[in-house]
Design a protein around this ligand. Sequence first.
Ligand code: NAD
Length: 285
Amino acid sequence: MIVIDGKKTAQDIRAELAAEVSAGTASGRRAPGLAVILVGADPASQVYVRNKEKGCAEAGIASFAYYLPATASQQDLLKLIEECNVRPDVDGILLQLPLPDGLDAQACLLAIDPAKDVDGFHPESVGRLSLGLPGFVSCTPAGIIELLRRYNLPTRGKKAVVVGRSDIVGKPLALLLTRPGEYGDATVTMCHSRTPDLAAECRTADFLFLAIGKPRLITGDMVRQGAVVIDVGINRGPDGLCGDADYESVSAKASAITPVPGGVGPMTIAMLLMNTVQSWRQRTA
Ligand code: NAD
C-alpha cells in the first residue's frame, strides 16, 4: 500500500518552481508577481493568505498584498481588481474567498482578467476546462491530477468515482478525469448528497475521490480491494484533522491513499504557485 505524500510532492514542486524562477530572473526577466486580495479579517482566510504569501516568497514570486477592511464596497473591490488587471508586474490575481456579507463574489471573479485567473474560478477558465481548451485549472483538482502523475497512477480506461459536486473540487475534477490523456480518459461517476446508494457506487471505483466534508464517512466496506483513494476532505474534530475516509479501514483495502493531513492539502498552494509561474512564463516570453 502506497501512502501518497502530498507534503513531499508539494515541496518538490516548489523547489522546481524556485529553480525556474531563479534561472529566469538571472537571465534578466522580472520576477513573477501574485496580487493577493483579502477583504476583512476572517481568521481562517488570514492564515490561508499568509501561507500563500510564504509560498510565494520561497519560490521567488513577488506577492503584492492588498488588504481591504470588511467595510470595503463592491466598487472599491472592483476598482482594485482592475488595477491588478492592468499592472504589468502582476501575473496572477488571487481573491481570497469567502468575501464579507454584502459583497458579490461572482461579480468580482468575473472582473478578473482570465489571463491572470490563477485560481481558475473565472467562468471563462471553467468554460475552457469544460471545452478542453488551455486555461487555468483550479488548484485543488489540478493538484490531485499532479499527484496521480507523480505517483505514476494513470486513470486511463479506469472507473473513477467522485463524491462531491462542488464548483471548486468535485465538478472540475470530474472534467479533468474525462479529458483525453493518461491522467484523464476515465469513466466517471459523480455522486452527491442525493445519491441513493453511495456505498454501491463507491465499490465500483478503481479510483475513488472524496470531496465531501464529512469526517470518516467512507469506510473500508465501501471500497474495492486495490482501489486508489484520494481524500480531499479536511474535517476538524476533537482529535485533530481527519479526512472523509475512515483511514484505518480504507487503507486496509486501498492500493494507494492520501492521508489527511499531508495528502491533497499541501498541493493546493503548490498549484497556485505553478499557475502563477505558468502565467509569468507566457507573459514574459
Ligand atoms: P462542499 O460543501 O461545497 O461540497 C460537498 C459535496 O459533498 C456536495 O456536493 C454534496 O452534495 C456532497 N455530499 C455531502 N454529503 C454527502 C453524503 N452524505 N453523501 C454523498 N455526498 C455528499 O465542499 P467542498 O468545498 O467541495 O469541500 C469538500 C471537502 O474538501 C471539505 O472537507 C473541504 O474542507 C475540503 N477541501 C480541501 C481542499 C484542499 O485540500 N486544499 C480544498 C477544497 C476543499
